[in-house]
Design a protein around this ligand. Structure first.
Ligand SMILES: [Zn+2]
Length: 226
């Protein structure tokens, strides 16, 4: 059975972090961000045995800020892309430098994270280990942002991350500026149901997508309470 554990980001804005576990106990982490206030700013900790990969949707630190913590004593691959990695590096450096809050990691862990980063092109189906695959899709939120399709034990789970399906002038990568609908995500009911035949994360309930297609965009873009 596939197990999904939300380590943060539920009924709160910030510290988005999701642990996905296969029936063989292999693990993947999708995002590991920080919260901007309060005493507990990191996501919940977890047993890192059999952690096979980490994947990042985008550089905003509510999704990326706590990633260095996972590199204290780990060298698992971080799947991302050059734009997200460059932005994440700048944002986390800044966060460590100017914050009054004590984060249990520093530049050493950030450097180890960078050393273990791998580019994953959008649309490429990356094998992580037996029965776990990752595929990125442009999410249209900020440069470098992706939604992550994770296939675990032949089940498909789509984690949208922050997503924008409307037309904007968001730069794609660091070269092109496009005036087109940025997201590569399917935008009508049938497509998304075909696409995610199991579960859609980020508070999106499949039944609602099927019954109320008009509300699909609303749910996908919603970042507050459920
Ligand atoms: Zn964001």
């Amino acid at each position: 059975m596939v197990k999904i554990t939300f380590l943060g980001g539920c009924r709160e804005v910030g510290r988005s972090a999701i642990l996905i576990e296969s029936k063989d106990k292999n693990k993947c982490i999708l995002d590991y961000g920080i919260r901007f206030h309060g005493e507990e700013r990191l996501p919940y900790d977890f047993n890192k045995d059999n952690l096979k990969a980490i994947a990042l949707t985008h550089s905003h630190i509510d999704h990326s800020g706590a990633l260095p913590y996972l590199y204290k004593d780990n060298s698992v691959p971080l799947f991302t892309n050059p734009v997200s990695l460059a932005l994440t590096k700048v944002l986390i450096k800044d966060m460590i430098s100017i914050s009054n809050y004590y984060y249990p990691f520093g530049f050493r862990e950030l450097n180890r994270l960078i050393e273990n980063s791998y580019n994953l092109d959008n649309g490429f189906r990356q094998k992580v280990c037996d029965n776990i695959y990752l595929t990125f899709f442009n999410a249209g939120h900020i440069p470098g942002s992706v939604s992550i399709l994770i296939e675990v034990d032949n089940k498909k789970i789509l984690y949208t991350g922050d997503i924008n399906t409307k037309t904007t002038n968001t730069p794609i990568g660091d070269i092109y500026v496009v005036s087109a609908k940025n997201s590569e995500m399917p935008t009508d009911e049938n497509k998304i149901v075909d696409f995610t035949d199991e579960v859609t994360l980020y508070g999106v309930i499949k039944a609602k997508i099927q019954e109320e297609p008009e509300e699909y965009r609303y749910y996908l873009g919603y970042k507050g309470e459920d």
